[in-house]
Design a protein around this ligand. Structure first.
Ligand code: SF4
Length: 271
């Protein structure tokens, strides 16, 4: 979608595939293949950066490893820190996350992602400078699952460092359309961002959402059951009132009948 928007705006674009973050290697190849297929349809050129997962492991992975202990998505590392912690976290929702952001510990995670954006955007800016490109932008800014502000900052930083003009655009409003188009073109749609950490985060997120949905359904069923029980209680009470009224009326009629009978007998005696 970003490529089409840029082309519609009159830019002559070249897309650089700079993704040393993607693991494992077959996944890297698969996404590259899909990009090339889309580029053929849309009519733009694709350059491939160096695939250097070891550079990503050197510059980014240590941050991710250090932060695992704070994210409930990394069950074991998170549990062992909690067990060792004399002063367990007091913030509500940290031990039992209530949102995906809490599950993934977004506040800290964004530092790992910042290092990842930096590595790739620096590579892109350098290639843009060497290739004499007018400006640099990034398709990362189409995803609502990324840290857009951090991407913006890192794009500016890398561009200024390389002496290239940054052309940041927030493409997130077009995300749904991009999703629709990729479905129509029957493109491969990955279910994790790219790095090995995000594989586990993706799995934890899907399990969390499933569990949230289940909990919502159970709460809804409990509410429905309580509502039905209350309605039945009200109906039963009304029926009991009706029955009591009918019994009182019957008793009243019996007394009146008895009185009338006695009165009739009394009249007979007098005669
Ligand atoms: S989640 Fe995505 S952006 Fe963040 S470190 Fe992993 S691959 Fe990079």
């Amino acid at each position: 979608m970003p490529t089409r928007l840029l082309m519609d705006a009159g830019h002559d674009i070249t897309v650089l595939y700079a993704n040393s973050n993607i693991a494992p290697a077959p996944e890297y190849e698969r996404r590259l293949h899909e990009l090339k297929r889309y580029a053929d349809i849309q009519g733009f050129e694709v350059l491939e950066g160096a695939y250097e997962p070891e550079a990503w492991e050197r510059d980014v992975a240590p941050i991710g490893e250090a932060l695992k202990q704070y994210s409930p998505a990394f069950g074991e590392a998170f549990a062992s820190r909690q067990a060792e912690d004399d002063d367990p976290p007091s913030e509500p929702g940290v031990a039992a996350p209530t949102t995906v952001a809490e599950l993934l510990d977004d506040e800290r995670r964004k530092e790992r992602c910042r290092a990842c954006y930096r590595l790739r955007l620096e590579e892109a800016a350098e290639i843009a400078r060497e290739g004499g490109f007018d400006a640099l932008t990034t398709t990362l800014a189409v995803s609502p699952y990324q840290f857009t502000e951090v991407i913006h900052e890192e794009l500016i930083r890398a561009s200024e460092q390389a002496g290239v003009k940054p052309l940041f655009q927030d493409f997130r409003p077009y995300y749904d359309e991009a999703t629709r188009i990729s479905r129509e073109l029957n493109m491969y749609r990955q279910n994790y961002c790219g790095c090995r950490f995000s594989v586990q985060e993706g799995e934890a997120t899907r399990a969390f959402i499933k569990q949230q949905r289940k909990a919502r359904k159970a709460a809804e069923a409990a509410r429905r059951e309580a509502r039905n029980a209350a309605e039945k209680g009200a109906r039963d009470e009304k029926a009991a009132q009706k029955q009591a009224y009918a019994a009182a009326q019957a008793k009243k009629h019996a007394i009146l009948k008895e009185l009338r009978r006695k009165k009739a007998e009394g009249s007979g005696e007098d005669a």
